[in-house]
Design a binder for this molecule. Structure first.
Ligand code: AHR
Length: 518
């Protein structure tokens, strides 16, 4: 049973009211059960998604070998350095909707001979194909991540898939392997993760789940795994709460896959025609956004329950391979390029989702935030040779110790805060034992106004020292300016103590805190 509830009301007490700022300090008490370890938190939960969309790949990753922007074989050095620092484990590519119109042959061979295509999904922009298979594999190699390739199912056929995979992975003397060598890559690559289509219910072909399941079986049948290249096969999964999709795909094709995806985006208003701005928002928009993102927990619970009925052993992973905030585009930018700014709200929201994913680590084995650079909830924003590392980036940095850690149950009921029609938990939290043996606790403080005073019984855990980091700011929409030193970023946290077998923490309003206990 899941021990941790980020939930409502019970046990909340008012300690102090400051007349001046109308702030209060809320309280919560709970206990850690370090002697009852749960599942491993896969490092793949900290994955990224990079699509050919707007300035995500071009400008964001690829500047070309002749650019004045420092690069290695055309790939930005500043971006690679930043992504390495957050230990990005996997990058999903080339889409997204783009994937189901992508033809891999467009992106190989001499760059000046590659065809220019229209990117039909994303503003009809020119796709030069300068960034193709070799460039992507070089990019993930430089970052130290694994490639997760989305195959075109919607507008292609299994032959094209089989040939692409052979081109990438064959070690023989066959024609495709020779072509790869001629194009500069002697050693075969590995394809550890392959997605069969993207949003097959929508931009990936407007399929019914029954039709898609048959397609999936056919593609999976022609995908040749080997001991050398043991690929995880991912089915295109449901749109947010569509459990019927999950049910049909699991019923018809569970044997042919190793994972099923799920896409869910957080929109402040919940409305696609007017989503709300990325910055300059009020306390109501803050609360609405967190109410929206907390639905992730129920979505995973509901899809997992359906999967359990076909796969009680949990062999098939749930991959949340598109998630994050989706706001109105930044005024003055191309509406089809999905460029938005990134504030403290996004950083806290990322941590809320990490905590949710940790609680479902038995089923959720990979997630990919949308998207890495210059698109939606980005880690990095670029302008020419300048970059900003966003609050979302820093949330990923703070949670690095959770990669491949072992989840630990933590009973802790959060007090609530109310904003207009929304009553929400003041924080959510998760705990784990890291690979270095330390116990880590990550808090996402959602209350925009009030701090929470926490006491956690450590249940006999032998620790005497606590250190940590906090990310917060005065304003809800504080952000890091491009080309300037970051101001919204983690700093040392002094608000935690261990005494008498108990951990006490003062969690600031609107913050991310990660503690290390040893
Ligand atoms: O991330 C942007 C788009 O959102 C992706 O291309 C698509 O899969 C989803 O609808």
């Amino acid at each position: 049973m899941k021990r941790l509830l980020t939930a409502f009301a019970a046990g909340a007490a008012l300690l102090l009211a400051s007349a001046a700022g109308h702030t209060e300090t809320l309280t919560a008490t709970g206990s850690l059960h370090a002697d009852q370890p749960g599942p491993q938190i896969s490092r793949y939960i900290y994955g990224q998604f990079s699509e050919h969309l707007g300035r995500g790949i071009y400008d964001g990753v690829w500047v070309g070998e002749n650019s004045k922007i420092p690069n290695v074989r055309g790939i930005r050095t500043d971006v690679v350095t930043a992504l390495k620092a957050i230990h990005v484990p996997v990058i999903r590519w080339p889409g997204g909707c783009f994937a189901d119109e992508y033809h891999w042959r467009d992106g190989i061979g001499p760059r000046d001979q590659r065809p220019v295509r229209k990117n039909n999904w994303w503003a009809g922009s020119d796709e030069t194909n300068a960034f193709g298979t070799h460039e992507f594999m070089d990019f993930v190699g430089q970052v130290g991540a694994d490639p997760y390739i989305s195959i075109n199912v919607g507008s292609s056929n299994p032959t094209e898939m089989r040939e692409w995979v052979e081109y990438m992975t064959s070690s023989g003397d066959d024609t495709l392997a020779q072509e790869r060598r001629k194009n500069g890559q002697d050693k075969p690559w590995k394809t550890p993760i392959i997605g069969f289509g993207n949003e097959a219910w929508g931009c990936g072909g407007e399929m019914t789940p029954e039709f898609y399941s048959n397609e999936l079986r056919r593609y999976s049948g022609f995908y040749h795994r080997s001991a050398d290249n043991p690929t995880i096969r991912v089915a295109s999964g449901a749109n947010s709460d569509d459990t019927h999709w999950t049910d049909v795909v699991m019923k018809n094709a569970a044997k042919q896959i190793d994972a099923l995806s799920l896409h869910y985006y957080t929109l402040p208003t919940g409305k696609w025609d007017k989503k709300g701005p990325s910055n300059g928002f009020d306390a109501q928009a803050w609360a609405d956004t967190f109410a929206g993102t907390l639905k992730m927990d129920k979505l995973i619970t509901d899809h997992s329950a359906v999967m359990d009925s076909y796969d009680p052993q949990k062999r098939v992973g749930l991959f949340v391979d598109e998630w994050g905030t989706w706001y109105d585009v930044e005024p003055g930018t191309n509406p089809g390029h999905l460029y938005q700014l990134n504030t403290l709200r996004d950083g806290v929201l990322a941590a809320v989702n990490f905590n949710i994913f940790h609680h479902h680590a038995d089923r959720v084995k990979l997630t990919a935030i949308a998207q890495t650079i210059n698109v939606l909830q980005a880690m990095i924003l670029t302008e020419g040779d300048q970059i900003a590392l966003t609050p979302t980036y820093y949330a990923y940095q703070m949670y690095v110790p959770f990669q491949d850690a072992t989840e630990l149950p933590l009973d802790l009921t959060a007090p609530t805060f109310t904003q207009g029609d929304k009553t929400l938990p003041a924080f959510n939290v998760s705990a784990a034992r890291g690979k270095d043996g330390k116990v880590y606790i990550g808090f996402a403080g959602m209350d925009p106004k009030d701090a929470v005073s926490l006491t956690i019984d450590l249940g006999g855990l032998k620790v005497s020292k606590v250190s940590g980091q906090v990310m917060t700011a005065d304003k809800m929409d504080a952000m890091n300016a491009i080309g300037q030193p970051a101001t919204v970023k983690p700093v040392d946290f002094k608000g935690a103590k261990i005494a008498g077998g108990k951990l006490t923490v003062t969690l600031p309003a609107k913050s991310v805190v990660v503690l290390a206990l040893q």
